[in-house]
Design a protein around this ligand. Sequence first.
Ligand SMILES: NC(=O)c1ccc[n+]([C@@H]2O[C@H](COP(=O)([O-])OP(=O)(O)OC[C@H]3O[C@@H](n4cnc5c(N)ncnc54)[C@H](OP(=O)(O)O)[C@@H]3O)[C@@H](O)[C@H]2O)c1
Length: 204
Amino acid sequence: MNKSKIVLITGGNKGIGFETARQLGIMGYEILIGARSEGKGHEAVTLLETENIKAKTVVLDVTKPSSVLSAVEWIEQEYGYLDILINNAGVFFEGNASPSELGLSVLKNTYETNVFGVFSVTKAILPLLQKSSAGRIVNLSSALGSLTLNSDPTSEFYNVNSLAYNSSKTAVNALTVFFAKELRDTPIKYNGIRVYNNCFLNSI
Ligand SMILES: NC(=O)c1ccc[n+]([C@@H]2O[C@H](COP(=O)([O-])OP(=O)(O)OC[C@H]3O[C@@H](n4cnc5c(N)ncnc54)[C@H](OP(=O)(O)O)[C@@H]3O)[C@@H](O)[C@H]2O)c1
């Protein structure tokens, strides 16, 4: 019997993460909703089940090493492998603050989720992806992470001068490139996608 394809989506309880879960679920993937709140995760799973999607929730706060470890251990015990990791969890904390108004704590907290969270979940889950015949990692980036677009006065993103969020997505792009290079000779593919206004733009 073929094994189910298992997908973990961080921050899968709402927004783009939830819709990704729904669409992959409809395609037959088994969904693991990573949610920092167990209740919100269960609500998302209940909604998916109304569409006959096979889904479970796993408590996962990407900023907490103990939470990342527990989630990985649970997936290992439950399935023994993972096919797809979607690093979707993301935050935007700075409102309209200009770079000189931005608090250091806001910058750090943004990076905790958007950058260090992606790094730590990826690193912890790699051994499970290596047990898949074709492991995949997808990072949710943003057009706002492009330094080219941020510095082009003709770009529609030029005036979105959000240092913390934008640079966190620039870092996600860098992280994607470096992991992809390390994994290039393995069955694992490591991709980033750029999203703008809830629309998929392209791969990076
Ligand atoms: N929306 C867009 O147009 C757009 C454009 C470009 C890129 N993106 C990127 O796409 C991704 C999803 O965006 P979205 O608009 O769907 O965001 P959203 O609706 O705000 O959802 C964000 C999700 O991330 C979760 N999350 C936040 N911090 C977390 C943490 N520490 N640990 C685990 N989960 C955490 C949230 O959980 P809670 O429900 O508990 O808060 C929520 O499930 C983000 O990475 C975002 O930067 C979005």
